[in-house]
Each structure stands twice: as structure tokens, then as C-alpha cells.
Ligand binder design. Structure first.
Ligand SMILES: [Zn+2]
Length: 295
């Protein structure tokens, strides 16, 4: 099981999160069969979504979308709260023209998506839905998100994201509002400088604790119990049934007449949901279904 690790530095206003998302990303990638260049960017997005969700302690859905006019028109990663203590559940999807060549594996996010923008949507269980947008002006997702935090006057934040075929990981540092009781004034630039020495391979291959020790062994760092993260999709047979319901009896019966049954696939997790002719009749006749005779 993958984990996300929260930490703070004593006597400073700096906190951070470190996520290792190897299994989560592989689980998601294996469901889709996208090219490696797409998988790598999608994995970085998943690491970013996990970090952002944990940092703002969101109890709700966080969605990150990168949209543009390039070979890949959409990359989307989403975090949903798990049940009970079950941490974040992540899922992701990409859209691209299958008949067009994609850039090489090392391509930047901007080379892949072209001119476009990043949309971050926070949908808390309680309270207002919030959406932030930033132009896709930098080459990497981390740089774009950093400039988003800067421009939207959010708390100063830095991100280090990395993904390979087998690994995906991310580190985030955030500076909380000034507090006069804190004496360590140069903590933010100093901790950033230390984090900037982190090599991509180290972030990807070393265990979380070892990454933190390597970077911050001279700092008073306090590391909390890690939280689990993993793949999870919010689709269900009931959700698809209710969506089918909207189509109306006539449309449903005509599809069943043509195809013998009705099958539909969740684009996030590739689960097939098959409704037999009898299932469809039961759906049409179910109490909350609009009665066909009324139309
Ligand atoms: Zn699904």
C-alpha cells in the first residue's frame, strides 16, 4: 500500500508532505494501456493531487485537469476520500487522438498538451465548491502549480514531482502565515534550497523516511504517522443504472432490441457494467423511474 507522509519543522512555519505512489499509479496505468509518455505525466498529476489533498486537509473531491490544443487534449487526476480510515482514493484519465503521433517519452507536459491551462477543482463535502485556473506556461506541472499558488495569493508552496515506469513520487513544502513567536526566519529559503538538492532518482527510489533524512538531517523535523493512499473509482452499477434511467424507456428498449443487452464501461477504471434485457425492464419499471405511460 502506498503512503503519504506529513512532516513539520520545529520552530518554523514550514510544513510538508511526501508521497510515494508506485502501486497506485501502476494500478491506474494498467487499467488504461496509454503510451508511456502519457503515463509519466499522469503519474506526476496523481502524486500532485495526493499532495494537494493532504496539504489542505480536504474532506471531499480534488480534481486536477490539464487541457490544451496539443496531441493530448486532456489529462485528469482525481482524489476522493476513502471509507473510514482508508485514506485517499485516486483515479485518472487521459484523452488523445489515437491516430496522431505523440512526442517522445521524455517530452514535457507542455509539449504533450500544447497551449492550454490547468484547472484545480475542490469540492468539499461541506461548503463551497472552488475552482482555480492557471495557464500552462511552464514546462512542468510542478512549476505551473507553484505559479498558481504565487498568483492566487495562496500560501507559498513548492513541489517536486517525478515519475518513471515503475515509480511515482512527490514532495511538497508550504510556508504558513508569519508567526512572530518563530525565530527561525530564514527557514523557508533554507529548506527550499535543501529540497532542491533532491535528485529525481532519489525521490523515486528511496523510501520516504530516507528521503527526508537525506535532505533534512540537520533540521529539527517531526514526521507524523503516514496515511494510506491507493487506487479507487467512485463508479458503481447503481450510478450507471441511474444514468441509463435518464435515457428513457424508449431509448433503452431500442438499444436492447438491437444489441440484446446494454453494456457500458467506466472510462476511469475500465470496469464493464452489463445490463440484460430483464435488468433494463426492471430498471424501467423501478419506482423512481419515469413511467413510460406518462409520456
Ligand atoms: Zn470506475
Amino acid at each position: 500500500m502506498d503512503h503519504i507522509q506529513r512532516f513539520i519543522f520545529d520552530d518554523t512555519n514550514v510544513r510538508g508532505e511526501l508521497v510515494k505512489a508506485d502501486d497506485t499509479c501502476l494500478d491506474i496505468i494498467n487499467r488504461h494501456g496509454y503510451p508511456d509518455v502519457v503515463n509519466r505525466q499522469l503519474s506526476e498529476m496523481l502524486a500532485a493531487v495526493a499532495l494537494l489533498t493532504a496539504t489542505i486537509k480536504l474532506d471531499g473531491v480534488l480534481t486536477l485537469e490539464v487541457k490544451g490544443n496539443g496531441p493530448v487534449s486532456l489529462l485528469m487526476a482525481e482524489s476522493n476520500p476513502g471509507h473510514g480510515d482508508n485514506g485517499q482514493r485516486l483515479r485518472a484519465i487521459a484523452r488523445f487522438a489515437e491516430d496522431q503521433p505523440l512526442p517522445d517519452e521524455g517530452a514535457t507536459l507542455r509539449a504533450l498538451v500544447g497551449e492550454g491551462h490547468i484547472v484545480m477543482t475542490l469540492d468539499p463535502h461541506e461548503g463551497q465548491r472552488y475552482q482555480g485556473i492557471v495557464a500552462l506556461e511552464a514546462d512542468s506541472l510542478a512549476q505551473c502549480l507553484e505559479s498558481y499558488f504565487e498568483r492566487s495569493e495562496q500560501l507559498p508552496s513548492r513541489l517536486w514531482l517525478s515519475a518513471s515506469k515503475e515509480h511515482a513520487a512527490g514532495l511538497m513544502l508550504q510556508k504558513l502565515p508569519e508567526d512572530d513567536s518563530l525565530t527561525d526566519e530564514d527557514a523557508w529559503p533554507r529548506l527550499n534550497m535543501l529540497a532542491d538538492t533532491l535528485k529525481s532518482e532519489e525521490l523515486l527510489e528511496l523510501p520516504a523516511r530516507e528521503v527526508l533524512v537525506r535532505l533534512f538531517h540537520e533540521e529539527q523535523i517531526r514526521v507524523f504517522e503516514p496515511d494510506q493512499i491507493g487506487f479507487g473509482c467512485t463508479c458503481s452499477r447503481e450510478r450507471f443504472a441511474s444514468a441509463l434511467h435518464q435515457l428513457g424507456a424508449e431509448e433503452l428498449r431500442s438499444v436492447v432490441k438491437e444489441q440484446g443487452e446494454l453494456s457500458t464501461t467506466c472510462h476511469f477504471c475500465n470496469t464493464d457494467y452489463v445490463f440484460t434485457a430483464a435488468d433494463i425492464e426492471a430498471l424501467i419499471e423501478s419506482p423512481d423511474a419515469p413511467s413510460p405511460t406518462l409520456h
